[in-house]
Write a protein that binds this ligand. Sequence first.
Ligand code: ATP
Ligand code: MG
Length: 452
Amino acid sequence: MNKISTKLATSFIISFLIMDTLLMVYLHQTITHARVNEELDRLLKTGSNHRDVLEDNYNETTLHHIILMESGGERDVAILDDAGNVVQHSLDNEEVLLPYLNQLNEELPTKDTILPVDWKESPYLISVHPYTAQGNSGSLVMLQSTIPIRQLVHRLNIHFILAGGGGIVILFVVYLLLSKWLTRPLIRMKEATEQISKGFYDVDLPKLSNDELGELATSIRTLSNDLSRVKRERNEFLASVSHEMGTPLTYLIGYAKVAQRTELDDAERFNYLSIIEEEAERLKTLVKNLMDLAQMDEMTFSVSRSEFSSTGFVRDIVQLVQPAFDMKGISLFTETGDDFTLVADRMRLEQIILNLLDNALHYSESGTTVTVRAFQNKKQAVLQVQDNGCGIPVDNQQEIFEKLYRVEKSRSRSFGGAGLGLAIVKELTEAHGGTIDVQSEPGHGSTFTIRL
Ligand SMILES: Nc1ncnc2c1ncn2[C@@H]1O[C@H](COP(=O)(O)OP(=O)(O)OP(=O)(O)O)[C@@H](O)[C@H]1O
Ligand SMILES: [Mg+2]
């Protein structure tokens, strides 16, 4: 039993059979009880009528008249004297009365009574009506055949069996429809996922329906698109990384060859070796940044938070970068306002601000200013790095946070950037549960804002 439709249909049929059986038993009981009670009511009423007539006028004619009225039908009457002997009756065979007479003789009722009999076992329902009239007394016994009730039960059974059988046929049709409507799309989706797992992301899944199956198909389509995008991005990323590493390596090999020339004097050789060192440093930074990002992607690095003062934090960073800004002739300012407590991974937060300051330094001309701010806004810690540099075109303001993205490849290349700094900043900020955004106008400068 491996088909979902078979499982569903089996559960349906079992539930249906349970419900059907309970309902039918209930209906069966209710209908037969109602019918038995109806017969008993009628028996009591007729019996008491006959008794009234008998008490009014007890004579042979009345007796004969009563017997005549009940002859030949499904009902019968017997009139007993006070000793319990049968005076008259309408039965074909008096014998049938015997078991009831025995029951009556044990205790003769003093008012209209229904004799407690089980209609399933007994051929008759019995009511007893005591009478006294003109010196005579005894009981009038009414008998109602249980055959019509039995016939009713039989008919009911046939109807119920037919209804149950019909229900099962309907369920079978539902099963066939289910296997068509449910299993087919599932099989198509299974085939599609198999295709995806083999690396064919271009799956063909039509819009199936608006239900959960349709949603599943949409998810599979989204998954295949995402996988295909990830594959494309990975290839692009590998190509960019190879390119980024290839360039410094070409320089390294080229300058190493030049440095080996015997005709060079010491100063020239020193110059080439310095270039080699610089390119090797650049490669080292690139590899370190790539490792950082890979770690962040794998979620294998952790943020260990501690509490520290905002002004102290900004002061330490500024001290660290001040010489580089002085060298390029850029004024570095701080606006820290009231001191507050920062709760973050101090080393990672330093890495964030250092990366932003590094960009501010690289993408600003000498004579401009860079400002570092730290303040609180609605219980949020806000850190800002603002520069008056070249700015970033609006179209590129989101892409700069992507790995290996640079606005102008040639421009950044001359500054030595690989396009990884902001990707690292973004990952680190998000690892802190914070956000980063940029406001920038080309030619006027940029402001990067971190909110923690
Ligand atoms: N303050 C800024 N002003 C102008 N452009 C910027 C600024 N910061 C970033 N950019 C642009 O965004 C791009 C991506 O920045 P990111 O820091 O990720 O890389 P990078 O600085 O080029 O290289 P890396 O940081 O890896 O050495 C940069 O190449 C630059 O074009
Ligand atoms: Mg950078």
